[in-house]
Design a protein around this ligand. Structure first.
Ligand SMILES: [Zn+2]
Length: 328
């Protein structure tokens, strides 16, 4: 056989197989999405998201302490208001007694070294369930939406969030949030992570169950990106970088590895996040339960794809599992 035919000598050992990856998963790359209920004593399993719960702020210490001990370094918070008065502008989003603001303060005081990011959107708090404010005909009214979203982001920064992460997909919100942070003294205190390429995906179902954020009419296809829209995604990534995003995100991850790869090339000087969303997580679990593969192997394989595509930060519900698996 020719010398040039032989590759297997280079990866015959478990260690030399690891060297084939440009980047390997570390605990620092993991950001854990958690659902904060407005029932302070909640620890309520979410049926469609295996092993995940909605947590009340009184339960956060017991829930997070063991994870922090295992090396958890960052979380992203999603508010789940069960009892608030939702309205057209999402007023409860930045209620000072609401679950997210109370949770930011609580987590910062309990775990001073834990990085706290906050998802910013209005859909959990609007009576219509859309991510912005609406015109009478039901379409998005962009200017007041962006103004309101920036106000909410600033409230989370004031409460102590290290990072605000707008997921609404309204045009111009990155610039508006960055301006609000700078003008109020948070320009150098709070990171802005943009859900830049967020697609209108079928994979958000379990999240909407968990957060109670399904729209009451219509869908989100006029602001989230169409799944085939690679060009649009590229434009959105470049726009958000130009508007002041500190971190670029692609969401979902597994069906959009080409977009992650595009982002790595378009904005090579930014950290690049991807969100392995609720439906992806549920899908990996369902396949394992059906005997298609071993859960751990598939979880690693899914994340290896994201790293290979260029991601440097991964939001995933597998975070607690990875904290164990990376030790063993
Ligand atoms: Zn939303």
């Amino acid at each position: 056989m020719d010398i040039s035919s032989i590759l297997q000598g280079g990866y015959q050992h478990p260690l030399s197989r690891q060297w084939q990856s440009k980047r390997q998963l570390t605990k620092a790359m993991l950001m854990y999405p958690i659902f904060i209920s407005d029932d302070p004593d909640a620890s309520q399993l979410i049926a469609t998201l295996p092993g995940q719960s909605r947590w009340g702020i009184n339960k956060l210490e017991g829930f997070l302490a063991p994870l922090v001990k295992k090396g958890l370094q960052s979380v992203i918070l999603f508010g789940v208001p069960m009892n608030c008065n939702k309205d057209y502008r999402g007023t409860p989003a930045d209620d000072k007694e609401g679950p997210v603001i109370l949770a930011i303060k609580k987590i910062r005081s309990l775990f001073p070294d834990l990085y706290v990011a906050c998802d910013v959107c209005l859909c959990e708090y609007t009576d219509h369930g859309h991510c912005g404010l609406l015109h009478p005909d039901g379409t998005i009214n962009t200017a007041p939406s962006v103004e309101r979203i920036a106000e909410v982001a600033l409230s989370y920064a004031r409460a102590g969030a290290h990072c605000v992460a707008p997921s609404d997909m309204m045009d111009g919100r990155i610039k508006s949030i960055k301006r609000a942070l700078i003008d109020n003294g948070f320009g150098n205190k709070c990171t802005l992570m943009a859900y830049s390429a967020k697609f209108a995906s079928s994979l958000y179902g379990p999240f909407r169950d968990a957060a109670g954020s399904a729209p009451s009419f219509g869908n989100r296809k006029c602001y989230q990106l169409p799944p085939g829209g690679r060009g649009l995604a590229r434009r959105a990534i470049q726009r958000d970088a130009a508007e002041g995003a500190d971190i670029i995100m692609v969401k979902p991850a597994m069906p959009y590895l080409d977009i992650i790869s595009d982002a790595a090339q378009l904005t090579p000087d930014h950290p690049l996040a991807c969100y392995q969303v609720s439906g992806e997580f549920a899908m990996v679990h369902a396949g394992a339960a059906a005997g298609v593969y071993a859960l751990r192997d598939m979880a690693f394989e899914s994340v290896d794809g994201m790293l290979r595509a260029g991601a440097t930060l991964i939001l995933t519900y597998f975070t607690p599992d990875f904290l164990d698996w990376l030790d063993n």
